[in-house]
Ligand binder design. Structure first.
Ligand code: ADP
Ligand code: MG
Length: 226
């Protein structure tokens, strides 16, 4: 059996809230193997984004550890976490977070060059990814000139740009209308499977969640089967 891409072990996260302490995650445990696509479905405010930010090494846990490919990663310093994130994790936000002054192509090229790829290789990969999402004719457009669905397709291409082993998505279609949302979701799943990635995808939509391999939810700061 292959080893897990992502493992959360006893993860806790607390926030200071006006003199009191808000415990969002208490004892979160989750294991994701290569190729496994897991839906995270839970009501607003229960800690989905917090869990994804911890899994994505954007934040550090207050207790427990986040393992990426078996490496204790979550509690490492900023520099080590940034490097691990860049090399192994793709993150898709609800609001695309694309750089507005750069083209779609450049948004997919830049993270690759930051990771050491040549401009030529980065552009080839970016064109391939944008093409897979039907955006070949949109490569030179800035995000502001693209529809919401197109912007999110660019954001997914960017998340896949550095060939991550783990894809994390925080309500990636939550900002789109129902029809567009379903289409973007199909493409996200297809490309995630094509690249053999493990993925953890937060969504409000039970129909979208049902298309994934497994559904988990959050209860009292713990990850439990839905
Ligand atoms: P979800 O994504 O499921 O809606 P979040 O992870 O965003 O939930 O938030 C979980 C809880 O933690 C919420 O009550 C939220 O207000 C609180 N929270 C999130 N981030 C912070 C922060 N930086 N400081 C204080 N409270 C926070
Ligand atoms: Mg959230």
């Amino acid at each position: 059996m292959s080893s897990p891409v992502l493992e959360l072990r006893g993860v806790a996260r607390r926030y200071a809230a006006g003199g009191a302490t808000l415990t969002v995650l208490k004892d979160a445990n989750l294991t994701l193997f290569p190729g496994e696509i897991v839906a995270l479905v839970a009501p607003s405010g229960t800690g989905k984004s917090t869990l994804l930010h911890l899994a994505g090494l954007l934040e550090r846990p207050d207790a427990g550890e986040v393992f990426i490919n078996g490496t204790p990663a979550g509690t490492q310093g900023d520099e080590a976490r940034t490097r691990l994130r860049r090399d192994t994790i793709g993150f898709v936000y609800q609001f695309h977070h694309l750089l507005p002054e750069f083209t779609a192509l450049e948004n997919v090229v830049l993270p690759q060059m930051a990771a050491g790829a040549s401009k030529r290789d980065a552009e080839a990969r970016a064109r391939d990814l944008l093409g897979r999402f039907g955006l070949q004719a949109r490569a030179d457009h800035q995000p502001g000139k693209l529809s919401g669905g197109e912007q999110q397709r660019v954001a997914i291409s960017r998340a896949l740009a550095n060939k991550p082993r783990l894809l994390l998505a925080d309500e990636p279609t939550g900002n789109l209308d129902v029809g567009t949302s379903g289409l973007v979701f199909d493409e996200l799943l297809a490309q995630t499977r094509a690249e053999g990635l493990a993925a953890l995808i937060a969504t409000h939509n039970p129909e979208l969640a049902a298309r994934m391999d497994r559904v988990v939810t959050l209860r009292d700061g713990a990850v439990v089967p839905a």
